[in-house]
Design a protein around this ligand. Structure first.
Ligand code: PGA
Length: 250
């Protein structure tokens, strides 16, 4: 049996403000106790402010993206060391919006995971199939390929250091959540895939993401292989995000 701690991560995407940082921290600081890891990933410009407001709480700070390069002439990019200095502990890597809108390949995602682990930060590695792939019935193959790229080029130790976020692309921002059964089936597949290839795969957290809301979070998090969630839209509403954090705790 595993001792996985639940995790709920907020992906604010290109949203938020100083005001939201303040109201979010005051809403969830009591929930961020020892039983659940709560991570907030705001846009980079809000990291400092979040670090300031979250000081003295158990709320963790995360970034939404990172460069695979360590420093230098890479205009507009942010490195792991800059993120660390800003107070980050976690980094979302390979979100489907990065993959589809900014052309991030499986190989680039693997390089980023390696950079994050080398910097002793924790990657939240996103995987998931598109609607087309889902309809073709090839979801497992797609996800396996995404995981394989990380295993092959970054290695088993890097994969072991990841929290995996399974996010079916057709469920992101669409209101079409995967049912708890569909999500559990994929989580169970991912866990099995990991177990066959790396040690201690039972300790790896697998989050579900894609239209998680206060009202559906409990049923999703009750599944044996769902260890929490990566939350987009609902993480911009402090009261709703609090409900989701509480559901993970239970
Ligand atoms: P959503 O986004 O909760 O708005 O569907 C999830 C995500 O993109 O991580």
């Amino acid at each position: 049996m595993s001792q996985r701690r639940p995790m709920v991560a907020a992906n604010w995407k290109m949203n938020g403000s100083h005001q939201l940082v303040k109201s979010m921290i005051s809403e969830i600081k009591q929930v961020a106790d020892l039983d659940t890891d709560i991570v907030i990933c705001p846009p980079s410009t809000l990291l400092d402010r979040l670090a300031l407001e979250a000081d003295g709480t158990k709320i963790n700070i995360g970034a939404q993206n990172v460069s695979q390069q360590s420093s230098g002439a890479f205009t507009g990019e942010v490195s792991t060391s800059l993120l660390k200095e800003a107070g980050c502990k976690f980094v979302i890597v390979g979100h489907s919006e990065r993959r589809s809108l900014y052309g991030e390949s499986n190989e680039l995602v693997a390089e980023k995971v390696k950079a994050v682990v080398d910097a002793e930060l924790m990657p939240i590695l996103c995987v998931g199939e598109s609607e087309d792939e889902y309809n073709q019935g090839i979801s497992q193959e797609v996800v396996a390929k995404q995981l394989h790229a990380v295993l092959e080029s970054a290695g088993g130790n890097c994969l072991q250091a990841c929290t995996i976020a399974y996010e079916p692309v057709w469920a992101i921002g669409t209101g079409k959540t995967a049912t708890p059964e569909v999500a559990q089936k994929m989580h169970c597949f991912i866990r099995g895939w990991l177990k066959e290839r790396i040690e201690n795969a039972d300790a790896i957290r697998i989050l579900y993401g894609g239209s998680v809301k206060g009202e559906n979070s409990k049923a999703l998090f009750a599944q044996p292989d769902i260890d929490g969630g990566l939350i987009g839209g609902a993480s911009l509403k402090p009261d709703e995000f609090r409900v989701i954090c509480e559901a993970a705790k239970e």
